[in-house]
Design a protein around this ligand. Structure first.
Ligand SMILES: [Zn+2]
Length: 394
């Protein structure tokens, strides 16, 4: 044991890391915690003996060398559900505390569905996935919920014209009453970024910007491993960075926001004259065969994305710009145009910022919702809420 650290302090730190970041190798735990590898190994061995953590339930193949056996929290300590309210769907996933996914479900709803319809669909999904996984609700620690509009820190959607039917709804309170469980509500782009931190392309990345290019354009900013929420929960609304104050009017009421250039509906609208009835799958297939009008419009989207991203890079100096949402299917040819546009407005230190596509696709938000539920509600299953010190000792 390293001098100055009590066993319980080290255990607590390791459990918090596993709750926050999901399964990690012993080397990653040592790096993240700032303890020596021998301290971590001795502590982990003791925790395995006492059934607090398991090793080998998750294996990750490293780029070089042999597969790494990961340490995770004991699955029996509890499960959490993630719910993602999209523009026309509700999606759910359930995982145990070792971060193993036990089931998923999805229902389609009418576009502009009401909060009541959404809450009932979510309730049906929770029942469905708990039953599918052969579990009982008593094992559920809590529910993480993603919604496609900004919320303040109390879990109330902001009053705005952005999604009129959800404006000013105390969504966290209503969901907690409906489920009779702890509920955490957050903007779905921010949850998608958390999903990529725990399960996807942002593992081990402490400073990055997530940009969701979808019907709406959303985002999230991670600084030193923390997702920035801002003083009222409004950080990360990259889609509403104004790139031209004389540009087209946006649904937020301002002009020339990134979303009016890079949101999927705006892009499809530009192409309807040349390709009547065009939709997203058609656009993607035309892009693959290098249709001239589609390539021109997507090239302009890349310029705007690079311009907005460059402004953020000059402000935040991130190591990665991670792109998610349906437009991430544009792939490498799109990124190849975003990178020079970003460099064009970046100072030297920010030129060459990595630009990549998220690996979780359409499941990013729902997986982030599960991750947040573990981070926020996992402590109670491990004794934190009633027994602060020593946190995880028997
Ligand atoms: Zn806007």
């Amino acid at each position: 044991m390293a001098f100055g650290f009590r066993s319980s302090d080290v255990e607590h730190t390791l459990v918090v890391l596993l709750q926050r970041l999901g399964p990690l190798s012993r080397a990653e735990l040592a790096r993240e915690a700032g303890f020596s590898r021998s301290t971590v190994s001795t502590t982990i061995n003791g925790m395995i003996d006492r059934g607090l953590v398991v090793e080998g339930a998750h294996i990750r193949t490293e780029v070089r060398g042999r597969p790494a056996q990961l340490v995770s929290l004991a699955p029996s300590a509890g499960t959490a559900v993630g719910i993602d309210f999209g523009f026309r769907h509700v999606r759910g996933a359930i995982a145990d505390l070792s971060h193993k996914v036990l089931g998923t479900a999805e229902v389609e709803l009418d576009i502009d569905y009401s909060p009541d319809a959404g809450i009932e669909a979510a309730a049906a999904i929770v029942e469905d996935i708990v039953e599918q996984a052969g579990l009982s609700r008593t094992n559920l620690l809590g529910i993480g919920v993603g919604i496609p509009c900004p919320t303040d820190l109390s879990g109330t959607t902001t009053r705005s014209a952005m999604i009129p039917t959800w404006s000013g709804i105390r969504i966290q309170e209503r969901l907690a009453a409906r489920f009779a469980l702890p509920v955490h509500v957050e903007n779905e782009s921010r949850l998608a970024a958390w999903g990529e931190v725990v399960w996807g392309a942002a593992r081990g990345v402490r400073n990055f910007v997530y940009l969701k290019l979808h019907s709406g354009v959303g985002g999230a900013v991670f600084v030193n491993g923390q997702c920035v929420s801002g003083c009222r929960g409004g950080a990360g609304e990259i889609g509403h960075v104004s790139l031209d104050t004389r540009g087209p009017i946006c649904r937020c009421g301002n002009r020339g926001c990134l979303e009016v250039y890079a949101g999927i509906p705006a892009v499809l609208q530009q192409l309807t004259q040349v390709h009547p009835g065009i939709n997203l799958p058609k656009l993607l297939s035309l892009y693959r065969v290098e249709d001239p009008s589609v390539c021109r419009v997507i090239s302009e989207v890349a310029q705007k994305v690079g311009q907005a991203a460059g402004m953020l890079c000059n402000t935040l100096n991130p190591e990665l710009l991670l792109i998610g949402g349906s437009f991430s299917a544009l792939g490498e040819p799109f990124l190849a145009q975003v990178r020079p546009a970003l460099d064009n407005v970046s100072i030297d230190l920010n030129r060459g910022t990595r630009v990549e596509i998220g690996t979780l696709g359409r499941n990013a938000s729902v997986m982030g919702a599960v991750a947040r539920a573990f981070q926020l509600f996992g402590n109670s299953s491990l004794g934190r809420s009633t027994q602060p010190t020593p946190a995880f000792a028997r």
